[in-house]
Design a protein around this ligand. Structure first.
Ligand code: ADP
Ligand code: MG
Length: 706
């Protein structure tokens, strides 16, 4: 048996169970090994009976006090019951339909029980888990809890994982690297994560497994995008940009000038390598004009240029900017999206592919990727808001031009140290300066005691003709965290989260409408709504038919409501700074002074300091650097850049999104880069195992942008 053997090689797994496991995404032993616990029962935290809370699962160390007795209930139901005690009191331990427990529990024996203490007339512990705990016996503190599935219960998944752990698990990580960081072997780490003997052992295992994810991710990105040492098919000569500049209604910022010169240098490189550049800049930093300069250069050199945007709205917006501008330069420009009429599409296809094409610029959505779209002389591809596309889509448009130039643009500032991991070998340009005259969004951090004043402020904004966003972390009321003694896996890694109650969009909107702002129009928007419904609500907000829009983070992407002047973010401590920054960027788009209020009742000093940064600065790059330093890299993997990571070929980062240790991340990236430097194709025999591991990491499906 190897980790890649089918689950069917395990005793007790036939067709039916294999199918049930497959429904959970588990096909091989390796899938089982990487089916990490969703949480751990903290059974090491023994509570006295008097400390137990009604309805909450906890661990108790109890001695059996009476002989178990079985009584018959309705029908065939039985109830077996005995008393057990600790030094604080006693409790009825009850089991339903488990008469056999009579043979297990003997008076005077001590057990560690794990279950819910409930009260009705007297305290009882119903069907608890139990482990014999004679004097001197050491029991593990943490017991794994797995997500289960149809036809796969806890017992089954536990026993299958135990069997999988028994098979030999080779370590893909070079020994030298493993020893450098004192990591356990892969086999040891997997055993520990499923059945940790101690907290220390679990921590060591998690570090190793987080390292693995980041290491593989980094390798995959860089080996995927190894700079091809090819000559470009679209070599450009420098051109005089003055007639381009003369048409701009404003003076370029220093950052824009620098970025344009970087782009020009790439496209006119004397070694004739193609441009592979990413341009990162906050919303409003003026990325479009840099893209236009690239287009100007390409077209002047006789090439076609294509710009792809993630949504129709954005594509249309670009088209309406481009058309009048480029027409004055004598360039023609077309727009191709899903809603372009068949007739127009046909015409665009024909014009783009004509040998002496008169159509130099095309702007569009992923409609540009269609088979029928052929270019006669495509030399430049620009992808806007690239983090919203999958890598596959980006490359497909690139493939239409062999080795032309490519520029991608992103509004997600990420720290320098992460750029390599996110963008592989793309050259990075940063627009770190906003055009003059932008208003600064005033930002404040407040706690619950400001609630009345905040509501007054909201009402005033609306009375003054503005509109308000309120962002909540959750959609509906759901018990998202387990009971206190059951610790979710991610909390094991990163424990800086808050335990304050979480506002959910649906209930809070209802509350505001019915009890706080009965005369105002409150709307609610969240990810569970159908696309058409979301669109309708956004349009209503844009048309000022809604005053207050209560929402989850779905509003993060691609909406522009210039009349919105206030952004309130509830449970702000739950968000990464970069995400808060993105949300804040939704206001301040018009001429009115805009505000961002971060509401947080979380008392932790670190959280306070973190949120304080939002008050201090509006520079997305600074915010990202501070976020990385204070909270670790995890947020960048789960928050703002989540889609980027996920879509980079579908890698699964289960643990890295909670990583709170920048040093661990840097180590993983450094080691990966070193390997790529020595062996770009991973063809050395000692790297064969890494290659296999990457295949595993990448076996999941790409997410398509729809
Ligand atoms: P983004 O980086 O978010 O794509 P845009 O390129 O759309 O930003 O620019 C935002 C707005 O700023 C546009 O209306 C654009 O005309 C304007 N703009 C861009 N550069 C400058 C500048 N140097 N001075 C003044 N306005 C500018
Ligand atoms: Mg833009």
């Amino acid at each position: 048996m190897t980790p890649d053997s089918s689950v069917k090689t395990l005793r007790g797994v036939g067709e039916t169970r294999a199918k049930a496991l497959e429904n959970m995404g588990i096909r091989t032993l390796r899938d089982l090994l990487y089916h990490f616990p969703r949480a751990y029962e903290n059974r090491g935290h023994i509570r006295r009976l008097t400390e137990g809370t009604d309805g909450v699962k906890s661990a108790f160390l109890l001695t059996v006090g009476t002989v178990p007795k079985t009584v018959r209930l309705r029908g065939r139901m039985t109830l077996t019951k005995f008393k057990a005690f600790d030094d604080s009191g006693s409790v009825d331990v009850v089991f339903y339909n488990q008469e056999y427990v009579r043979q297990i529990f003997e008076v005077g024996e001590t057990y560690r029980f794990w279950g819910k203490l409930t009260y009705s007339k007297s305290w009882s512990l119903s069907s608890p888990a139990y482990e014999p705990a004679p004097e001197g016996k050491v029991l593990p503190d943490f017991i794994s809890v797995y997500s289960i599935g149809n036809g796969v219960n806890r017992k089954l998944i536990e026993s299958l994982i135990a069997s999988a752990l028994a098979c030999p698990i080779p370590d893909f990580l070079p020994e030298e690297i493993r020893l450098r960081y004192h990591f356990p072997t892969l086999s040891r780490a997997l055993k520990s994560v499923h059945a940790p003997a101690s907290r220390e052992e679990l921590d060591a295992a998690l570090r190793r497994l987080i390292f693995d994810e980041l290491f593989c991710y980094s390798l995959a990105v860089s080996s995927n995008r190894q700079r091809e040492l090819v000559k470009t098919t679209a070599p450009c000569s420098p051109v005089d940009l003055s007639s381009f500049y003369a048409l701009l209604p404003y003076e370029l910022t220093g950052a824009q000038k620098r970025v344009i010169s970087e782009i020009v240098a790439d496209m006119t490189a004397t070694d004739k390598t193609p441009m592979h550049r990413i341009l990162i800049g906050d919303v409003g930093s003026g990325k479009t004009v840099c893209a236009m300069a690239a287009i100007y250069l390409a077209v002047k050199n006789g090439y076609q240029a294509a710009l792809m945007a993630p949504t129709e709205i954005l594509a249309n917006q670009h088209y309406h900017d481009f058309l009048p501008f480029f027409e004055r330069l004598g360039f023609s420009c077309a727009c191709l999206t899903g809603s372009t009429s068949q007739r127009e599409k046909k015409e665009i296809y024909a014009r783009l592919s004509a040998p002496e094409s008169d159509l130099q610029i095309v702007v569009g959505t992923h409609a540009l990727l269609g088979d029928k779209v052929r270019f006669s002389k495509l030399g430049l591809v620009i992808t806007d808001e690239q983090h919203r596309f999958g890598i596959r889509q980006r490359t497909t448009l690139g493939e239409k031009m062999a080795h032309g130039h490519s520029l991608v643009m992103s509004a997600t500032p990420i720290p320098r140290t992460l750029a390599l991991a996110f963008y592989g070998d793309l050259d990075v340009s940063r627009l770190d300066e906003l055009p003059q005259g932008r208003q600064k969004i005033e930002t404040y951090v407040v706690n619950e005691s400001y609630r009345d004043r905040l509501n007054g402020f909201i009402a005033r904004q609306v009375a003054d003709g503005g509109q308000v966003y309120i962002v909540c972390p959750a959609i509906e009321d759901a018990p998202e965290d387990g009971p206190a003694d059951e610790i979710p896996l991610d909390r094991m890694i990163w424990n800086g989260g808050s335990d304050t109650p979480v506002k959910n969009a649906v209930d809070y909107a209802e509350h505001l409408q019915n009890h706080v702002f009965p005369t105002l129009r409150v709307g609610v928007l969240h990810g569970k709504l159908k696309a058409a419904e979301k669109n309708k609500i956004m349009t209503a907000f844009l048309n000022r038919e809604i005053d207050i829009l209560v929402s989850t983070t779905v509003i993060e992407v691609g909406v522009n409501v210039p009349n919105a002047t206030l952004m309130v973010i509830e449970n702000a401590e739950r968000f990464g700074l970069s995400q808060l920054h993105q949300l804040r960027g939704r206001v301040g788009r018009g001429t009115r002074q805009s505000y961002c209020i971060l509401v947080s009742d979380f008392s932790g000093e670190a959280a306070k300091e973190r949120l304080g940064i939002m008050h201090e600065t509006t520079d997305g790059f600074r915010i990202a650097e501070r976020d990385l330093a204070m909270r670790g890299p995890g947020d960048f993997f789960s928050g703002a850049c989540n889609s980027e990571m996920r879509q980079s070929g579908g890698i699964q980062l289960r643990l890295a999104k909670c990583c709170d240790d920048p040093a661990l991340m840097e180590a993983a990236f450094r080691e990966a880069n070193e390997i790529v430097r020595q062996d770009p194709a991973l063809s050395f025999p000692e790297h064969a195992a890494i290659e296999d591991e990457l295949t595993y990491y990448f076996h999941t499906t790409d997410n398509e942008v729809s």
